[in-house]
Design a protein around this ligand. Structure first.
Ligand SMILES: C[S@@+](CC[C@H](N)C(=O)[O-])C[C@H]1O[C@@H](n2cnc3c(N)ncnc32)[C@H](O)[C@@H]1O
Length: 182
């Protein structure tokens, strides 16, 4: 029952994330789990997408889109992404995963390192006191806490709001343009 609720929400979120990041060429998905979002972006927008997760148990065996385009799922802690050069990602997304990351500030600092100037970060997660919290009894952030985390890590134009009838945090932030980085 609880899985149904979120499984039904997932395609809507994938669609929304896809629309938001459609212009990015190289995208990283941090905490990608079973790589469903990675596959969706590759199949819908032909983007070059790399999924990263600290655990590989959910990775799919077949890492190709319907059309046979290969995508990468890498087992890594998102605090360190040695495969990604500085400024090499156009966008980074993390869906339903930030609350699980033990060192969120370090993950966000590493995200800033790999994002190009003006690149976008999208954080999609459940908020504190949401239905998800009642179902899974996990500790989630409040929207203002996500905003503070992003601002304190140096992201610019941070916008955080609730979507899906208040059940999901949608946070958008940007890597400051090169000339404005202090
Ligand atoms: C609730 S799952 C969400 C999976 C997927 N994003 C989705 O939308 O279904 C959270 C994922 O975050 C991963 N995770 C937790 N801490 C992490 C870290 N430090 N670095 C990378 N992945 C992490 C977990 O292993 C798990 O697969």
């Amino acid at each position: 029952m609880k899985d149904d609720f979120y499984e039904r929400m997932k395609p809507r979120l994938h669609k929304r994330i896809g629309r938001e990041l459609r212009l990015a060429r190289h995208v990283l998905d941090l905490g990608c789990g079973s790589c469903d979002l990675v596959r969706y972006l590759v199949e819908t927008y032909c983007q070059e997408v790399t999924g990263v997760d600290i655990a590989s148990d959910s990775f799919p065996k077949r890492r190709r889109s319907r059309e046979g385009v290969r995508f990468r799922c890498l087992r890594r802690d998102a605090v360190r992404l040695p495969f990604a050069a500085d400024g090499s990602a156009d966008a980074v997304v993390t869906m339903w995963a930030l609350h699980e990351m033990k060192r969120p500030t370090s993950v966000l600092a590493e995200t800033r390192r790999v994002l190009r100037s003006g690149g976008e970060l999208l954080v999609v997660d459940f908020p504190k006191d949401s239905l998800a919290q009642k179902l899974w009894d996990e500790d989630y952030y409040r929207p203002d806490e996500v905003k503070r985390l992003l601002e304190e890590t140096g992201f610019s134009e941070v916008r955080v709001r609730l979507i899906e009838r208040g059940q999901v945090i949608w946070a958008r932030a940007y890597q400051p343009m090169a000339e404005t980085i202090q």
